[in-house]
Design a binder for this molecule. Structure first.
Ligand code: PLP
Length: 425
């Protein structure tokens, strides 16, 4: 089939807008009449720096956050790399804060005493909080345990305990066991595999009026750019590009600048070693990457370019920026869930209604008492009419329609119609 005959609902890498790909294809051959393709130009060139700076600025404009207060950095290593980077960098920041407080309280204390005190503090107080609501936050939690040891990692809530051992709900926030002064509180805003999305910013994590509050880290890999987010409530947001932003190969972190010098400097490797804590590989150290405007080492400028083009297109399409895209995302998801809900005897949406993802719509299909057979037929017939990529994640099975930004309204309408037709047939 040709590209124009297909609506691809795969979970990622996701469909990219055809106009962006056409422009990128030309740029790969010759970028702006330079005779060199975008992937051949030096990442140290002015042209590359301009591409980075424009993408940063367009991202801040589209999401409506302050580039003065937040630094955007481009990294490699995907969302998975950020599971580790968030641990390393925010443990470093926690140690830096404790260190500064100790020096302030004990001016003139010798280094050995300060280190001994710090070590005590680490043993008694260092905690990283994780809210586990699906497969991806579970992986992040496990990575923190692997890198630091279980004694430092606190499982704030495990969604499986309130849903018969399976993901599909978010435990009531009043039951969350948050630590005091945690180095970070981590959650995944949209669980790609399980179809669970936080309906809004978790209110128990809201900062106080003076801006103090928990150090919130969120993985927004699969719903970034699809709704307004209160960026100022977060210390760190990250997302791989390959769902709503661009092509696979670049990862974005939006970091509160108070976690960077001059406010916070990462502790020395020597100090961290004395405390028995890990230091990050340099490619995951935000301070270094930020200082070099994401060019500490070779960055795929092509991927940043594609992301930048997607952002430009979003800004052109939606005069009210992310709010416009949000309205469309809600409408598209409403069409698909509406069709599924119309036939409860055939379709069962996997997650609870209160946490249904607008981006990854997970459901089971049953006909004549048979699930596997019905889902096979559903996939076969949908593929035949150009609705592809609907197979659920291998770990959970079922059907998953990934309704990312690049799925046009007509694509969602076509899928909703198919859902109706299949149920009635
Ligand atoms: N977080 C979420 C929510 C994801 O959906 C994914 C991948 O699908 C990841 C993290 C991991 O990203 P990567 O494969 O880029 O490491």
């Amino acid at each position: 089939p040709s590209r124009s005959e297909i609506t691809y609902f795969g979970a990622g890498p996701a469909l990219l807008p055809t106009e962006v790909l056409e422009k990128a294809a030309q740029a790969l051959l010759d970028y702006n009449g330079t005779g060199l393709g975008i992937a051949e130009h030096s990442h140290r060139s002015e042209l590359a720096t301009n591409i980075i700076n424009e993408a940063k600025s367009d991202l801040a404009t589209y999401l409506d956050f302050s580039a003065q207060d937040y630094e955007t950095i481009f990294l490699q290593g995907g969302g998975t790399g950020e599971f580790a980077a968030s641990v390393y960098n925010l443990v470093g920041a926690w140690v830096a804060r404790q260190h500064a407080a100790l020096l302030k309280a004990n001016p003139g204390a010798d280094e050995a005493t300060v280190v001994a005190e710090l070590r005590k503090k680490v043993e008694s107080d260092l905690k990283l909080d994780y809210i586990v609501t699906g497969g991806w936050s579970l992986k992040a939690y496990q990575e923190a345990v692997r890198l630091l040891g279980p004694e430092y990692v606190n499982l704030v809530a495990d969604a499986r305990t309130v849903n018969d051992g399976k993901f599909g709900r978010i435990p009531d926030q009043s039951t969350w066991k948050l630590s005091k002064n945690a180095a970070l509180v981590y959650y995944c805003d949209n669980e790609t595999v399980d179809g669970v999305e936080f309906p809004e910013f978790p209110s128990v994590l809201t900062p106080a009026a003076d801006g103090t509050g928990p150090i919130v880290v969120a993985d927004m890999s699969s719903n970034i750019l699809s709704r307004r987010i209160p960026v100022s409530n977060y210390s760190l947001l990250f997302f791989g590009a390959q769902k709503n932003l661009g092509s696979t190969g670049v990862t974005v972190a939006i970091l509160k600048k108070t976690f960077l010098p001059p406010t916070t400097a990462q502790p020395s490797a020597a100090l961290m070693r004395k405390l028995g804590l890990p230091i990050p590989p340099i490619v995951l150290q935000y301070e270094i990457i930020a200082k070099n405007n994401s060019l500490y080492n070779t960055l795929s400028i092509f991927d940043v370019y594609v992301a930048g083009q997607v952002l430009k297109r979003l800004l052109q399409t939606f005069p009210d920026k992310v709010d416009g895209q949000q309205a469309l995302a809600v409408k598209k998801a409403g069409l698909i869930y509406g069709a599924l809900d119309a036939y409860p005897e055939v379709y069962k949406v996997v997650p609870d209604k209160s946490v249904r993802s607008r981006m990854n719509i997970c459901f089971r299909v049953t006909k004549n008492g048979a699930v596997d057979e019905a889902e096979k037929t559903f996939l076969k017939e949908s593929t035949a009419i150009g609705l592809t990529g609907l197979k659920g994640h291998r770990s959970v099975g079922g059907i998953r329609a990934s309704n990312y930004n690049s799925i046009p309204l007509e694509g969602a309408e076509k899928l909703a119609k198919f859902i109706h037709d299949f149920a009635k047939a």
